[in-house]
Design a protein around this ligand. Structure first.
Ligand SMILES: [Zn+2]
Length: 82
């Protein structure tokens, strides 16, 4: 348990206190309920999902770039030997 000065009034407040008992300012410590790690994970996952969506969209727009359409899989006509 350590005492940290309030960023507003300079009152010594403990780390356990969520806010300053004198002026009511929120402590500089991490606010419970809104961790920054969760927000970063959501942003990273959204960026990854958007990147995957763009990749799939570009891939589906040009199907002949990598995969051959099934209509070209027909075997060539057999030539009868004369
Ligand atoms: Zn204060």
């Amino acid at each position: 348990m350590a005492l940290t000065p309030c960023p507003k009034c300079g009152e010594s407040i403990s780390d356990d206190a969520p806010a300053c008992p004198r002026c009511g300012a929120a402590a500089s410590a991490s606010i419970p309920g809104a961790p920054k790690g969760l927000v970063i994970q959501v942003i990273v996952r959204l960026a990854f999902a958007v990147a995957m969506g763009i990749f799939l969209w570009l891939t589906l727009r040009h199907p002949t770039a990598q995969t051959t359409p099934p209509s070209n899989n027909t075997p060539p006509p057999q030539v009868q030997p004369h």
